[in-house]
Design a protein around this ligand. Structure first.
Ligand code: CA
Length: 356
């Protein structure tokens, strides 16, 4: 009866389907993305909230996630609750299931949405979200709402739409379930010695002492802290010309929210800014955005030269970066696995797609 009632007369939403299929022509370089995240206006607002909201001590004590991380999530997900999306979640999930690209996932989320309605916790009119079904001030999927949302303010309801306390306690619970370790740092900016072997980036997760042994040092010259005694993975997200980070388990907990290095770095660096942390020692390089044709061209060239990057889909993932590192290393280049415009040019020249 519930399905009949909620699905009666439902039609696919063409906007949801077109947004789900869209691939941007240009990818924003990570430095431009992160600099956009850490805006002065956002920092000022976040700093007000970290002092003004009364519920932080209780949320921090209960889940072990610092307020600055939660405020950064809040800022990024909904502009502090202001932009929650007004798509009907039942229709969005039905459209995504019907469209087929992510059918099993969307069907699961549709059933979760109907279960929320059945439970009486929130009605159809309340269940509004982004085109992809993320709901409320911290943009929870319906399945996350069921499994992970909590009542922060103690009124007996889990209202992630109207109660900042509920929404932020729920986000803290999601991060805690995703492996957030109470009292640990999320990352440290580091420097690498000359001639460092970049094939160690995106590689082993080891304690700072291991990395010190390879000449890796904190970029600001100050010692490691007790909060950093954890297995860290070295990354060079903008290549050898950009800042280098040692990422601790809490970085990977943030990625349970959105599995993107850029997103999780944005959250961490924004949180550091709320807490009054110093800017990066090494600024992000200013770069030319790569078009999708540049990325596919580089992948095609790598394959032609015998370095398999996986399917040439224009998405620069681990396979592409690994192939790029191997090619760079074999050519005596700094093997940072970072696809800059210069690397695109060199690859195309070598593969014969461009004149030398
Ligand atoms: Ca509540």
């Amino acid at each position: 009866a519930l399905v009949d009632r909620e699905m009666a007369g439902l039609t696919p939403n063409p906007r949801v389907i077109s947004l789900d299929s869209a691939q941007p022509e240009f990818s924003k370089p990570i430095g431009a993305y992160v600099n956009g995240v850490i805006s002065a206006d956002r920092i000022a607002r976040g700093q007000r909230y970290r002092n003004d909201l009364p519920f932080w001590p209780e949320v921090e004590q209960r889940f072990g996630v610092p307020r600055d991380i939660l405020i950064a999530v809040w800022a990024m997900e909904s502009a502090f609750g202001a932009v929650q999306g007004d798509f009907d979640v039942v229709r969005s999930m039905s459209s995504l299931a019907y469209h087929g690209r992510r059918r099993a996932w969307a069907e699961g989320e549709l059933i979760a949405t109907l279960k929320i309605i059945q439970s009486g916790e929130a009605g159809r009119a309340q269940l509004k979200g982004s085109w992809a079904g993320a709901m409320g001030q911290t943009q929870f999927l319906p399945s996350n709402y069921i499994s992970t949302a909590v009542d922060g303010d103690g009124d007996g309801k889990r209202d992630i739409w109207r109660s900042p306390n509920d929404a932020l306690a729920s986000a803290a619970n999601l991060l805690a379930k995703g492996g957030w370790v109470r009292g640990q740092a999320w990352a440290r900016e580091v420097t690498l010695p000359a001639g460092f072997d970049y094939s160690l980036t995106e590689g082993p997760k080891e304690a700072p002492a291991y990395w010190e042994g390879l000449g890796v040092k904190p970029a600001d010259g100050r010692p490691w802290t007790a909060a950093e005694q954890a297995p860290g993975q070295l990354v060079a997200p903008a290549g050898a010309d950009g800042p280098i980070f040692l990422l601790f388990p809490n970085h990977f907990a943030i990625r349970k929210y959105n599995n993107s290095t850029a997103y999780a770095l944005g959250i961490g660096l924004l949180a550091d800014a709320f807490a009054g942390g110093a800017p990066l020692v090494k600024p992000w390089p200013v770069e030319t955005p790569l078009a999708i044709s540049d990325r596919i061209g580089a992948q095609t060239a790598l394959a032609k030269l015998g370095f398999n990057p996986g399917s040439p889909d224009g998405v620069v993932g681990v396979n592409t970066r690994t192939a790029l590192r191997a090619w760079q290393k074999s050519r005596g280049l700094v093997a940072d696995g970072y696809l800059s415009m210069e690397m695109v040019r060199r690859l195309n020249v070598e593969a014969g797609a461009l004149p030398n």
